[in-house]
Design a binder for this molecule. Structure first.
Ligand code: GRF
Length: 229
């Protein structure tokens, strides 16, 4: 399913990025739409699930789109090894997980340490793992949100970079919460990736630094001006 990166500009000094997805790819779309402005070039999009909408989005943007089906591999280690080889063939300086629904092996996370970002739909460290919107509702939280973080071997446990928090409204359902959180995801992911691309953001000694200053434990707090109904 790879398309030909024939229109790639060799003098392009934007940061080459590989984006990993498993589904609809709305965060990928936010990065595609902002890539010029934030100084990145999406070198490839890789999905562990074939035929997902995210791959179509990549192809429409003339970005090489690859499907690497985890079901074709006997073990997680074998899949991650193949995934690393595929990623590395595009020589990225940053790997972005955008709704990539696979647990990664320590070999993988170690290899891309300091250049691997993820977006997780909760106010980390709350609600690592799945069903974050449901869990926030069940707990009766007044606030919910989303976090971009560096990836380490601990699932959803790497240092936060930026967070957006939204109020939980009475009458909210998983769907309404998810929708309002997603709007914020599409704002803060390009911000974080842009910081990395411009050299402002890095990971040192397990701390996320912005302009060489350690970020707060929950990351930079993005101000949400208003949220749609
Ligand atoms: C997002 O909610 C993201 O935070 C989570 O998976 C979802 C992916 O959505 N990790 P999309 O594929 O970007 O639309």
């Amino acid at each position: 399913m790879a398309s030909n990166p024939s229109d790639q500009n060799l003098n392009d000094d934007r940061l080459p990025v590989v984006v990993l997805i498993s589904g609809s790819g709305s965060n990928l779309q936010a990065l595609i739409d902002t890539q010029e402005d934030i100084g990145i070039r999406i070198a490839a999009v890789i999905s562990n699930k074939p035929s997902v909408l995210g791959l179509k989005r990549a192809m429409e943007a003339r970005i090489p789109a690859e499907a690497l089906n985890h079901k074709d591999y006997e073990t997680r280690e074998q899949f991650d090894q193949a995934l690393m080889e595929l990623i590395n063939s595009y020589n990225p300086k940053l790997v972005v997980l955008a709704g990539f629904m696979r647990i990664l092996t320590p070999e993988f996370t170690r290899f891309y340490e300091q250049r691997l970002l993820n977006i997780h739909p909760s106010l980390l460290p709350k609600y690592k793992g799945l069903h974050t919107h449901r869990r926030a509702l069940e707990a009766g939280d007044a606030e919910h949100g989303v976090t971009v973080h560096f990836v380490t071997s601990e699932l959803d446990g790497g240092p936060p970079v930026i967070q957006a928090r939204i109020p939980v409204r009475s009458g909210d359902t998983e769907e309404t919460l998810q929708k309002r959180v997603l709007v914020q995801e599409h704002i803060i992911y390009p911000v974080a990736v842009g910081w990395f691309a411009s050299g402002r953001l890095c990971l040192k000694e397990n701390k996320a630094l912005l302009d060489n200053v350690p970020l707060p434990a929950q990351g930079f707090q993005h101000t949400v001006l208003s949220t749609p109904e």
